[in-house]
Design a protein. Structure first.
Length: 172
């Protein structure tokens, strides 16, 4: 499934933020941003990393809760917390694209607006595409970009573990 830039890339970055470890370093945050083609103007510091970890805690329920009304309410709260006037931007040689926070705003504000808008777009497009791994003990958030939209696990490794355990239970 192809999402628009906010519903796809921004929602996937939201999942990556949700999946950060509590001791994530600023360097790791920068690696995550670069891996998701997010181009910050300045490096992230320890204080900003702490703010992003708190933001990630607010993002998690959008992935974890399967009830559409609660998911929408949680996303609306995120969007309201970051609300600004959307505008079209052209920078870094990119094609025109929407920004939900001014490109000169602090990086945390930009990331909050970007991820909140991305989750809003993803939910409006297909709310079932956001999830948390079904393997017991794994709480990795993901955006399902598969063709059939039936993803239940964060990785092949987790799905194999569940299927092998199920097989062993049925065939002792």
């Amino acid at each position: 499934m192809h999402f628009n830039p906010y519903g796809g890339a921004a929602a996937e970055l939201a999942a990556a933020l949700v999946n950060m470890e509590p001791a994530t370093s600023p360097d790791t945050v920068m690696e995550i941003l670069r891996a998701h083609d997010y181009r910050p103007f300045e490096p992230v510091d320890a204080g900003q990393t702490a703010e992003l970890l708190c933001w990630a805690d607010r993002l998690r329920p959008v992935f974890a809760d399967t009830d559409l009304d609660r998911r929408v309410d949680a996303t609306n709260e995120l969007v309201a917390a970051t609300a600004s006037r959307p505008y079209i931007s052209r920078h870094d040689g990119r094609a025109p694209h929407l920004h939900f926070a001014h490109e000169k705003a602090p990086i945390v504000d930009r990331l909050k607006a970007y991820t909140a808008a991305g989750l809003a777009h993803a939910i409006c497009q297909d709310s079932t595409r956001l999830g948390v791994c079904d393997r017991s003990g794994c709480d990795v958030a993901y955006v399902d970009t598969s063709r059939n939209g039936r993803r239940r696990f964060c990785s092949t490794r987790c799905s194999n573990r569940v299927y092998v355990a199920d097989h062993r239970r049925r065939h002792p």
